[in-house]
Design a protein around this ligand. Structure first.
Ligand SMILES: [Zn+2]
Ligand SMILES: [Zn+2]
Length: 81
């Protein structure tokens, strides 16, 4: 699967079969998406690679460890470790 942000600056690839996705409805995920839930999944590090734009990724990390990575240009959420 190839993923990309809204402005196409950040692109990444996940190899192999994707695991099931989950939705988190916590208050942080509702705020960060402006929606009722955040959709996510977890893949092995070996299955993931950046194709371009990794230097255009910024992180917001709360003291609790909650983390959101996003494209600096368009604000789209992107994968994080
Ligand atoms: Zn972007
Ligand atoms: Zn959440």
């Amino acid at each position: 699967m190839i993923g990309q942000c809204l402005c196409n600056e950040v692109r990444f690839k996940v190899s192999g079969q994707l695991p099931n996705f989950y939705q988190c409805h916590c208050s942080l995920c509702r705020k960060v998406t402006g929606s009722s839930a955040n959709a996510g999944t977890i893949v092995n590090k070996e299955s993931f690679e950046w194709l371009n734009g990794q230097e255009n990724v910024s992180s917001f990390i709360k003291k609790t460890g909650y983390r959101v990575d996003f494209c600096k240009s368009c604000g789209s959420p992107v994968p994080n470790p």
